[in-house]
Design a protein around this ligand. Structure first.
Ligand code: GBH
Length: 500
C-alpha cells in the first residue's frame, strides 16, 4: 500500500509518454489531425437511458430530485424515459456509426448495477444492458469510454450523507472495482467522475441534485471525498487490473477559459485565481508536481475562514499521505470545455461561498454569439488558451477532450452548431500544431438531444434530433452530422469548408 503512490505516478508518466509517442509520430498540419487522433460522441446515463425503474434499477438522486420537485426543472420534466436508450441502444450505435466515431463515451448508472449503492445487491439485468451495449459497439469497432459517475448517485447512498460522508470514497472504490471486474476486458478507457465541480454544486444550491444548500462548506467537503474516491479507484486499477487489462483511467474536469478583461496586473491575477479555483481545485491535487489543493486557494480560504471567526478552514486539509496518494492518479487529462468569460477582480457571492472565496467577477462580451443556454457563448479562441494553460500548468499531459458542444432549440439545419464545432476544432488544431499541446481525442456533446438536467428538454445539444413526443423516441439526423462525420472519418478539418 505504502508504495502505491509512487507506482501510480510512475505508471502515469509512462502512459503519458507512450500515449503521445503513438499519436505524435505522425505529425498533423495542413488542417489534418494526427492519424490516430480519436473522435467520438458522448452521453450520460440519466440524460439518455430512461428505464428509471425497470429491471431492478434502484432510485438515484436525480430520480428523487425530479420526482419530488418537478418545479425545479425548467419544463417540469425528468429523465424517466429520456431517449429511452435502455431499449434503443442498438439504434444509438447506428447513429454513432453514421457519425463515423471511433469512441463512444457513455456513463454507467450506479443504481442500475447496485440498486442499494453497496455490494449487498448486484442487479444482473443492469449488467446485461451494459454488456450488450459494449458488445454492440465493439462489433462495429467503436471503442467504449466509460464514465463511472455522471451525477446519478444511488439515493440509498445519499441517505447516508452522499458526498459529504467520507465513507463514500470506499463505496465508490467497491463500485469501481466491480466495474473493472465486469467490463475491464472490453473497456480500455475509464473516467471515474464527470465534472466533480458540478457534483459539488449539488451541495451548494438547488440547481442540482441532491439540492443540499451549504455553500462554501458542502462543496469543499464533497470535493475532498471525491478526490479520495477517485484516487482509490485509480489505485485499485493499478494494483489489481492494469497489468491484465491495460486500460487507462482518468477523471473528467470541466473548465471555462477565464480571460483577463484588461492587461492590468489585477485582471491577470483575477484570471489566474479564477482558473485555480475552477480547474486547479481538482487538477492541482492530481496533475501538479507538488500535489494538494492550489496554494493560492489554500491561502485564500484559510484567510476567509479566519476572518469569519472559524477555528478551522472551510477547505479541508490532506495529510502528506493523501497528497501523495492522490498525486499522479490519471493516465491522461480528460477535459470538458464549452465557453469563456472575461474576468476582473471583485466581490461576488454570499459569505461564505466558493464564489466569494474566488473573488472574481465574470462578464461576457456582447459580440460573442449566443446559444440556447444562457451560460454558453461561442468563443473558439478561449479553447486554445485553455489548452495552453493546461500544458504549462501541468507539464504538458496528453489531453482528451471528453465534451465540447453547442445548444439550440432543435433545428435540423443546425448551422450554428456546425460553426461552433468547426471553429473550436480549428483552435484545437492550432493548440496541437502551434503550441505543442498533446491533444489525443475529442468527443462531441452529444450524439443526440437529451435531458439537459435543470433545463429539462428546453435546450438541445444533439447532432441527432430526438422526437420526445414519439413513444419510439425516433431519431433524425441534423445537418451537423454531414459535416462532423467527414471530419471524424478523414481527420481533416478542411472537409467542413463547404458547409460554413
Ligand atoms: C456538461 O457540463 C455536462 O457534463 C453534461 O451532462 C451537460 O449535458 C452538458 O454540459 C451541457 O450542459 O446555469 O449559469 O448556473 C458543462 C458544464 C457547468 C455548464 C454548469 C452549465 C451551469 C451554468 N456546465 N453550468 S448556470
Amino acid at each position: 500500500m505504502k508504495s502505491a503512490p509512487c507506482t501510480g505516478t510512475f505508471v502515469a508518466a509512462l502512459y503519458f509518454a507512450t500515449l503521445w509517442n503513438v499519436v505524435s509520430s505522425y505529425s498533423s498540419g495542413n488542417g489534418s489531425f494526427p492519424y490516430n487522433f480519436l473522435f467520438g460522441a458522448a452521453t450520460a446515463s440519466y440524460q439518455v437511458e430512461g428505464g428509471w425503474n425497470l429491471s431492478g434499477k434502484g432510485e438515484n438522486i436525480w430520480d428523487v430530485f425530479t420526482h419530488t420537485h418537478p418545479e425545479w426543472i425548467a419544463d417540469h420534466s425528468s429523465g424517466d424515459i429520456a431517449c429511452d436508450s435502455y431499449h434503443n441502444y442498438k439504434k444509438d450505435v447506428k447513429l454513432l456509426k453514421k457519425l463515423q466515431v471511433q469512441v463512444y463515451r457513455f456513463s454507467i448508472s450506479w443504481a442500475r448495477i447496485l440498486p442499494n449503492g453497496d455490494l449487498s445487491l448486484i442487479n444482473h439485468s443492469g449488467i446485461t444492458y451494459y454488456k450488450n451495449l459494449i458488445a454492440a459497439l465493439r462489433e462495429v469497432h467503436i471503442e467504449p469510454m466509460v464514465t463511472m459517475y455522471h451525477w446519478d448517485l444511488p439515493q440509498a447512498l445519499e441517505d447516508k450523507g452522499g458526498w459529504l460522508n467520507t465513507q463514500m470514497a470506499d463505496y465508490f472504490k467497491n463500485y469501481a472495482s466491480l466495474l473493472f471486474t465486469l467490463f475491464g476486458d472490453q473497456v480500455k478507457w475509464w473516467i471515474t467522475f464527470n465534472e466533480p465541480t458540478e457534483v459539488c454544486t449539488g451541495y451548494v444550491s438547488r440547481d442540482a441534485a441532491p439540492g443540499v444548500v451549504l455553500p462554501g462548506v458542502g462543496d469543499y467537503k464533497a470535493a475532498h471525498t471525491i478526490l479520495q474516491a477517485h484516487a482509490k479507484a485509480y489505485h485499485v486499477y493499478d494494483q489489481k487490473f492494469r497489468s491484465k487489462q491495460k486500460g487507462r483511467v482518468s477523471i473528467t474536469l470541466s473548465s471555462r477559459w477565464l480571460e483577463p478583461i484588461s492587461e492590468s496586473s489585477e485582471d491577470i491575477e483575477a484570471s489566474e485565481r479564477g482558473m485555480q479555483f475552477e480547474l486547479g481545485w481538482f487538477a492541482h491535487p492530481i496533475y501538479s508536481k507538488s500535489g494538494d489543493y492550489p496554494p493560492l486557494m489554500r491561502k485564500i480560504v484559510d484567510e476567509h475562514s479566519r476572518a469569519e471567526g472559524l477555528k478551522y478552514s472551510r477547505l479541508p486539509s490532506f495529510s502528506g499521505y493523501w497528497i501523495k496518494y492522490i498525486r499522479g492518479t490519471a493516465d491522461f487529462f480528460a477535459l470538458n470545455h464549452y465557453t469563456t468569460r472575461l474576468v476582473t477582480s471583485g466581490e461576488e457571492g454570499e459569505i461564505p461561498s466558493k464564489e466569494h472565496d474566488t473573488g472574481v467577477i465574470s462578464k461576457v462580451d456582447p459580440s460573442w454569439p449566443s446559444s440556447a443556454s444562457k451560460w454558453l457563448k461561442v468563443v473558439p479562441w478561449g479553447f486554445r488558451k485553455l489548452l495552453k494553460w493546461v500544458k504549462s500548468e501541468y507539464r504538458n499531459p496528453p489531453v482528451f477532450v471528453t465534451e465540447n458542444g453547442f445548444s439550440d432549440h432543435g433545428e435540423l439545419e443546425d448551422n450554428d452548431r456546425i460553426y461552433y464545432h468547426k471553429n473550436y476544432l480549428a483552435e484545437l488544431l492550432k493548440a496541437i500544431n502551434e503550441d505543442g499541446c498533446k491533444v489525443i481525442g475529442y468527443t462531441v456533446w452529444s450524439i443526440m438531444d437529451n435531458f439537459e438536467w435543470e433545463r429539462g428538454y428546453t435546450e438541445k445539444f444533439g447532432v441527432f434530433h430526438v422526437n420526445f413526443s414519439d413513444p419510439a423516441r425516433s431519431r433524425q439526423q441534423k445537418k451537423s452530422v454531414e459535416v462532423l462525420s467527414k471530419i471524424f472519418h478523414l481527420k481533416k478539418l478542411d472537409e467542413a469548408d463547404n458547409f460554413v
